[in-house]
Design a protein around this ligand. Structure first.
Ligand SMILES: C[S@@+](CC[C@H](N)C(=O)[O-])C[C@H]1O[C@@H](n2cnc3c(N)ncnc32)[C@H](O)[C@@H]1O
Length: 207
């Protein structure tokens, strides 16, 4: 994540840089922390899962999570109780956020746009609920360059994945096209199965 603040806005579409050029992260924990820690006010998280990001949020944040899998809500509440914080857990989907226009100061999504039914609509909703100047932060795994073995594997996995995870989505392009004012996007990778590397995008965008 170093250099996000100094990198010029924008992101070059087209094939990601060669394998050696992107940092390989042992995990996304440090990136999540760096992106989420500065957020304040009312913060919406889409697809929070079991609440794995909750410990990164500042104590004063009013957290509203939209997790469609109700089976995960107890885990979110348990994690919140462990951290001694209040949470507002809702069953909604990213495509239909039950919040007024401009009702949030920030929004967070990590490893979720691979799972939503409609990426374009989800990003439009995130943008709608942000106040002008509000920030959307993201960490997402994305498609590898076309023609690579990793991309072929992603295409197969996307058809088979029991949880519906579509790992071959061009999510970076979707974020760029979603109408945000200033997108700061970096590429990275994580070690994947069989020596592959899973391409990641991480960064922030402003409404
Ligand atoms: C791979 S998990 C990621 C969980 C967590 N954000 C993380 O970083 O580990 C994807 C999450 O997205 C949720 N999800 C699936 N479809 C969704 C939708 N349409 N809107 C919001 N969340 C969704 C799933 O229930 C699941 O909790």
């Amino acid at each position: 994540m170093n250099g996000l603040g100094t990198q010029p806005p924008g992101y070059a579409p087209g094939p990601p840089p060669a394998r050696a050029e992107v940092p390989v992260l042992p995990s996304t924990a440090a990136a999540r922390s760096e992106l989420i820690r500065p957020l304040r006010g009312t913060v919406v998280e889409i697809g929070p899962g079991a609440g794995v990001n909750l410990h990164h949020f500042h104590r004063d944040v009013r957290w509203v999570g939209f997790e469609p899998d109700g089976g995960l809500h107890p885990a979110i509440r348990d994690e919140a109780a462990r951290l001694g914080r209040q949470v507002d857990v809702r069953a909604g989907r990213a495509e239909e956020l039950d919040l007024p226009d401009g009702g949030a100061d920030a929004a967070v999504g990590t490893l979720v746009l691979c799972s939503v039914d409609d990426v374009t609509r989800s990003l439009a909703e995130v943008r709608r609920v942000l106040r002008p100047g509000g920030t959307y932060v993201f960490v997402e795994h994305v498609a590898a360059p076309r023609g690579t073995w990793t991309r072929r594997g992603q295409a197969v996995w996307s058809r088979l994945a029991p949880d519906g995870c579509q790992s071959d989505r061009e999510t970076g392009l979707e974020i760029l096209r979603a109408g945000f004012d200033d997108v700061r996007l970096e590429r990275a990778a994580m070690p994947g199965p069989l020596g592959t590397r899973v391409p990641l995008i991480l960064g922030r965008a402003r409404r």
